[in-house]
Design a binder for this molecule. Sequence first.
Ligand code: PLP
Length: 360
Amino acid sequence: MRVYNFSAGPSMLPEDVLLQVQKEMLDYDNSGMSVTEMSHRSKYFTAIVTEAEQGLRDLMNIGDDYYVLFVQGGASMQFEAVPLNLLGKNAKADYIVSGNFANKAYEEAKKYGDIRCVASSKESKYTYIPKPAKSDFTKDAAYLHITSNNTIYGTRYVKFPETDLPIVADMSSEILSRVVDVNKFSVIYAGAQKNIAPAGVTIVIAKKSLVDVDYTLPYCPTMLKWSTQAEKGSMYNTPPCFSIYVAMLVFRYLKKLGGVPAMEEINEYKAKLLYDCLDESKFFRSSVAVEDRSIMNVTFVTPSAELDAQFVAEAAKNGLVTLKGHKSVGGIRASIYNAMPVEGIKKLVGFMQKFESENK
Ligand SMILES: *Cc1c(COP(=O)(O)O)cnc(C)c1O
């Protein structure tokens, strides 16, 4: 029996896509083999990569002035790749530390240059998005790094910072969940395992002008150079073929549903159901600043850690699984990415109301 899986990542995939994968598992497109068995240089796989790239370009309205790269190593590898690719001319960068992953990105970058934390919400346990003014940024920094959605804490930038600096954004836990003007960013990166595909592939969308001028640090590993992947069409070495294939199917599926605007509308609706339930409750509490609430990761607590654990355990018995908060913060977290159906949210809300009435 399928469950409603609220895992923060790897997370749910659309059932239609999984069924398609199952159908094609032994024989992809009359090749007589599975995508997991074929050469990445085959005509079948070349067509897959081409469609995947075009699919993402269509969904996010990515212009010809950007590269779309499929790389490996997760978002965490991009914590290194970002400074290694961008600090070669001017080794200064600004970071906004809005959560655990943002802090990791900041800590990694510090190895490579003069890196400044412009604003942080660490002292308040990352319950809000810091909002520095335009004048707070370093005038000649090579870039500003932000984490657009904070997966562990459940906050997001509703509005992105006002700055003339090139913005680099980690969008791992919200890519394709809402309409974003790509032109406002110089680089966007995201691991696939939250909103796109199985773990393995990482998306990098990078302004061609920034990659082509080659601001890489001299010791940047070839594998981490965006220009290497750009020149080779993401095929410098063997790519994560299966993950790219599923990404292609997810892009196809999202287009059929009406693209990112349609997803955004559904996601807003799903998040509202959950936040309305929290706001009406005297039992459940969310400690996130209301104006910064994420529509992908919804965090909350009951009156005690014991009841949190009981909630998570009883929910699982009702087919609502992986609701435990991240180990660093505890509590409860419902990750409600694109693939989580509205029915899953409704079932969770019903369960929350029942749990409250039985335990208050
Ligand atoms: C999950 C996540 C990461 C880490 O991703 P990996 O692919 O495991 O390296 C980084 N940033 C954000 C915002 C995330 O949600």
